[in-house]
Design a protein. Structure first.
Length: 333
């Protein structure tokens, strides 16, 4: 079992709390947001040719761990750059045999659905249909029998696990982010580059609500799973927060990244905590962790050419990929 480096935190919290060495550049990283039946957290990260699935355990959750304990479970040959990863709720490590299931989006405009028992069975199905770059994808969170994806081809597609398209929404600009309501299997959020966020009903295939930013390009939006009335996004240099019960216009917006904001992710355990990252300026990406009760970021981090952003399922801890490393930041909020 390999241990990550335990790095000392500076007063400004700029350096990562923990790092793990990787064999390649990390384009995308995702903690499994679902309970997989084991004490450790599952994490997947994608490079230029492969996806690595591993487990993490942190001293914040287990006093017997010094810093971080990281273990690679399996490396999946991908053959092409990984642009996005989504975990299936069907992933269980306490089952016999265990089941790993996740889907990737790649630079060849295809989705790949991987299924593995971490032993002899390792297979993937390829889904074709998008005609341009795929920006985001998500599994239906209840049974995991559907996958939604959004693309620069101005569509949001909903697939079954055989690769058949069950719904296709025509967008007015590139689709940047997609989210699935954690309780209502028929509600989907789609964010477009033109600053519009729409919610679709998967029964009627109609838009039921839309939100708007006064700024473009919208690069990322995220549905708060702790409070589904909250939506956050980044567009231009700013972050935006909506309360969809109150207005289609944002409650709050604050300029945060000098080099344009790139990703927005809510914490999974606190509806007031979220993180944003900017585009690499001088080869370094800035990570900001924000709390809605504080006017300034509560943590500022940076990583060499960082990419990807994900929150731990049960800890106030987020991770980012970068050049041959995973970076982890713990916040006290």
């Amino acid at each position: 079992m390999r241990r990550g480096n335990l790095e000392m935190k500076h007063e400004t919290s700029r350096s990562a709390t923990y790092t793990v060495e990787c064999e390649d550049y990390v384009h995308v990283v995702e903690f499994n947001p679902f309970d997989s039946g084991i004490a450790e957290s599952l994490i997947a990260y994608g490079g230029n040719n492969y996806v690595v699935v591993g487990t993490c355990r942190f001293q914040e959750e287990d006093a017997e761990v010094e810093g971080i304990q990281y273990k690679t479970l399996m490396t999946f040959d991908h053959g092409i750059r990984v642009d996005a990863i989504a975990w299936s709720p069907e992933t269980r490590l306490d089952a016999l045999p265990p089941q790993i299931r996740f889907c990737t989006a790649a630079s060849d405009r295809k989705l790949r659905l991987f299924t593995s028992d971490l032993q002899a069975k390792n297979e993937y199905e390829t889904f074709e249909g998008h005609s341009d770059y795929i920006n985001d994808l998500v599994f239906s969170p209840k049974e995991g029998q559907g996958i939604a994806s959004v693309s620069d081809d101005h569509t949001c597609r909903v697939w079954d696990l055989e690769g058949n398209v069950r719904a296709c929404f025509v967008l007015r600009s590139p689709g940047m982010s997609v989210g699935w309501h954690p309780e209502d299997a028929f509600k989907l959020m789609v964010a477009e580059k033109n600053g519009t966020i729409r919610f679709y009903d998967l029964v009627t295939h109609q838009a039921i609500l839309s939100l708007t930013t006064d700024q473009i390009p919208l690069m990322s939006a995220h549905w708060c799973l702790k409070n589904t009335f909250k939506v956050g996004a980044v567009a231009g240099n700013d972050w935006f927060i909506w309360d969809i019960t109150r207005s289609s216009y944002p409650l709050d917006k604050i300029p945060v990244h000098a080099d344009r904001a790139r990703l927005f992710r809510w914490s999974r355990i606190n509806e007031n905590l979220f993180a944003t990252i900017g585009y690499p300026g001088k080869m370094t990406s800035q990570l900001l962790i924000h709390h809605l009760g504080h006017p300034q970021p509560v943590l500022i981090g940076s990583a060499p050419v960082g990419s990807g952003l994900t929150w731990h399922r049960t800890l106030p801890l987020c991770a980012m990929g970068g050049d041959h490393k995973l970076f982890f930041w713990v916040t006290e909020m």
